[in-house]
Design a protein around this ligand. Structure first.
Ligand SMILES: [Zn+2]
Length: 234
C-alpha cells in the first residue's frame, strides 16, 4: 500500500466512496440513484432557503469573504455506513449522504453541522489533518450549535432527564465524529476533546448564544441580519 493510499485510509475518506470514483458512472440502478440524488438536491435547496441556522451561517460566511454557492460547495453522494455528511477540506465541499438522509429535519441539521465546519475553515486556518485539537474543537462546536443535541432530538433518543445532558450529548457526539474519521483510540480522542472542551463549547460564533431551537435560531438570524443593515447605514 503506498503512502498516499495509507493516508487516505487514515483520514477516513473511505466513508465517501464517490469522492474517489469516476464521475457520472452509469449502472443498472442509475434510475434509483437519480431519484435519491434529486430528492437530496430538493431538500438541500429547502434547507438553504428556509433553515434559520443555515441562513445565519451563510450570511456570516459571506461577511467573512467565503461566499457559499450551492452548486460549487455542496455535493449529494452515496456514503458508506451510517454517516450523514462530511466536510471535505481539500475541496471546500460539503458532502451530503443522499442514501442516509431521508427527512427534511435531518437534512437541515446535517447542512447546519457541516456549515459550522465550513465556517471554521473560513475564519481560521484550521489544520484538519495535523492538528487534532482543531478537529476536536470544530466537532464540539458543530455538535453544540447545530441542534444535534437540542432537546427534541435528545428526547427522541430517550436521553432526557440527565443533568447537563446537553454538554454530555455534545461531548459524546464530538467523540463519535472524531472516531468516525480518524484512526485513533477512544482514550486519545477523549483526552483531546477534554483539553479543548471548555473553550470550544463556549465559542458560539457566529451565534450569540447556543440556539436550542428553531425559534432561537430564527431570532439569532433576524438579529444578525439587522446588524448588517445597521453597519450598511453607517
Ligand atoms: Zn462534524
Amino acid at each position: 500500500m503506498d503512502q498516499s493510499k495509507q493516508q487516505e485510509d487514515d483520514y477516513g475518506y473511505n466513508l465517501f466512496p464517490e469522492r474517489n470514483a469516476p464521475k457520472y458512472k452509469k449502472d443498472s440502478i442509475g434510475a434509483t440513484l437519480f431519484t435519491f440524488n434529486h430528492k437530496c438536491q430538493v431538500m438541500l435547496h429547502l434547507a438553504l432557503e428556509t433553515s434559520p441556522y443555515a441562513k445565519l451561517l451563510l450570511g456570516a460566511m459571506k461577511n467573512s469573504g467565503c461566499q457559499v454557492f450551492k452548486d460549487r460547495h455542496f455535493s449529494c453522494e452515496d456514503c458508506d455506513g451510517a454517516v450523514s455528511g462530511g466536510f471535505d477540506a481539500t475541496s471546500s465541499q460539503i458532502v451530503l449522504c443522499q442514501n442516509n438522509i431521508h427527512q427534511q429535519a435531518h437534512m437541515n441539521r446535517v447542512v447546519t453541522h457541516e456549515l459550522i465546519h465550513a465556517f471554521d475553515h473560513c475564519r481560521a486556518h484550521v489544520d484538519w489533518f495535523n492538528n487534532f485539537k482543531h478537529l476536536a474543537c470544530s466537532e464540539i462546536r458543530a455538535a453544540n450549535l447545530s441542534g444535534d443535541c437540542s432537546f427534541s432530538n435528545e428526547l427522541s433518543r430517550f436521553n432526557f432527564g440527565l443533568k447537563q445532558h446537553h454538554q454530555e450529548c455534545v461531548r459524546g457526539r464530538a467523540l463519535r465524529s472524531i472516531l468516525a474519521v480518524r484512526k485513533v483510540s477512544r482514550e486519545e480522542a477523549e483526552k483531546v476533546v477534554d483539553e479543548v472542551f471548555v473553550s470550544c463549547f463556549n465559542d458560539h460564533a457566529p451565534f450569540e448564544r447556543i440556539p436550542h431551537s428553531k425559534k432561537d435560531a430564527k431570532f439569532a438570524n433576524r438579529h444578525y441580519e439587522s446588524r448588517d443593515r445597521y453597519y450598511a447605514n453607517l
